[in-house]
Design a protein around this ligand. Structure first.
Ligand SMILES: NC(=O)c1ccc[n+]([C@@H]2O[C@H](COP(=O)([O-])OP(=O)(O)OC[C@H]3O[C@@H](n4cnc5c(N)ncnc54)[C@H](O)[C@@H]3O)[C@@H](O)[C@H]2O)c1
Length: 356
């Protein structure tokens, strides 16, 4: 199946399983050269696949970087650019980001810089990257001052999803990706909410059809939002549901012992409670969320969070505006708002309850 991301003359398809040959799609781009950027874990797991691509497209430049969020850095971007310069590539080069969100974000950013921008393709291999980071054109690297602080909006020319890549994904990474799925479930409208209510357990059990369907539904929501608000001046901010709390958790644990999607699980729980306490979420909707959430086993946290420090970490988020915390809260199924109209006491009370 194909989900289009409607961005005018930068419109691009997201292919989800069963769409013929990846290398044929690459050849159709008319690329003068193809660069595949991946990490050492994927290069080893998918050595045969890479060898096959290289056989089908002679001259592919393979760039393998170390695995890990700490390598989502300017240094790694420079090493990718060095390899491309050494290979004397031109502006008709197409770069393939083959990996999870780290490879996708870093490679997309490197592509935006090489010769002022060359085309790139996302081939996501984690659930998180399939449902979220590979679509929408947010590319970035981290800085010692914080995550994703250096980057660009830069869209791929297509996204190639093969859910079979998830077969090798470790359980914890898969479950973390389910955190972003839950996000779409709670803000994405009736079809997605119903799917999450009825089939989230099948997704967690990695039922092939359920996973494919949830990837499709998630991408459809993301594609619609991105088409409407590419540069996050409005509606796209709703995709940060659960992220104010989630990012603070990640930061509090210094990005160790907690995965992004795990933070989002807890962030969503807090945001729903805050929405109820603040009178944004009607009781009937709250009860539906509560029922759906009670079926989910929440990821373990490294230690019990210190609520006061968690609150102060919230202020270091990119999304703080004029010193005000901003929270996404659903108001009805498929409708959410971004609000600052909550008090510190309300936020603290929610965290005390959720992390009791
Ligand atoms: N651009 C966006 O819109 C956006 C959205 C959400 C998150 N992100 C970013 O995404 C990153 C997190 O992405 P992630 O969760 O994919 O993490 P990741 O890229 O670090 O991948 C997680 C781990 O799984 C391994 N892996 C990947 N695919 C595998 C496979 N098929 N089999 C076995 N192992 C595999 C990786 O090597 C890594 O060790 C963060 O940097 C976050 O900031 C970006």
């Amino acid at each position: 199946m194909i989900v289009p991301v409607e961005l005018g003359d930068r419109r691009y398809p997201v292919y989800i399983d069963d769409h013929g040959s990846f290398t044929d799609r690459l050849k159709e781009t008319g690329a003068t050269a193809v660069v595949v950027v991946t990490n050492d874990t994927i290069a080893e797991l998918y050595a045969e696949e890479l060898a096959q691509w290289e056989q089908e497209i002679p001259g592919i430049v393979r760039v393998v970087v170390p695995d890990g969020e700490q390598y989502k850095s300017m240094e790694t971007v420079m090493s990718v650019l060095d390899a491309m310069l050494e290979a004397k590539l031109d502006r008709k080069t197409v770069v393939v980001a083959f990996g999870g969100g780290v490879i996708g974000d870093m490679t997309g950013f490197a592509s935006s810089l090489f010769l002022r921008g060359v085309r790139f393709v996302q081939v996501p291999t984690t659930l998180l990257a399939m449902v979220d980071s590979s679509v929408g054109g947010k590319t970035a690297v981290n800085h010692t001052m914080g995550k994703n602080l250096i980057g660009a909006f830069y869209q791929p020319i297509f996204v190639w999803i093969e859910t079979r890549y998830l077969d090798t994904l470790p359980e914890r990474e898969f479950l973390a990706g389910c955190g972003e799925v839950l996000k779409y479930g709670f803000i994405g409208g009736d079809t997605m909410f119903t799917f999450v209510e009825n089939r989230f357990h099948d997704v967690i059990a990695r039922d092939v059809d359920a996973v494919r369907e949830v990837v499709r539904l998630s991408i459809q929501i993301k594609a619609d939002v991105v088409a409407e608000d590419e540069f996050e001046t409005g509606r796209r901010a709703l995709l940060n549901f659960g992220h104010t709390f989630g990012h603070a958790l990640e930061k509090m644990y210094n990005y160790s012992g907690i995965l992004h999607g795990e933070g989002i699980f807890w962030g969503i729980r807090c945001a729903i409670e805050l929405g109820r306490d603040g009178g944004f979420i009607p009781q009937e909707l709250y009860s539906r969320y509560d029922r759906a959430q009670s079926k989910i086993l929440y990821p373990e946290l490294p230690t019990k969070p210190n609520v006061d420090s968690l609150f102060s970490y919230m202020f270091s988020d990119k999304k703080v505006e004029a010193g005000k915390l901003r929270f996404v809260v659903p108001t009805t199924i498929g409708e959410s708002i971004v609000t600052s109209a909550v008090t510190k006491d309300q936020v603290i009370a929610v965290m005390n309850r959720v992390f009791a």
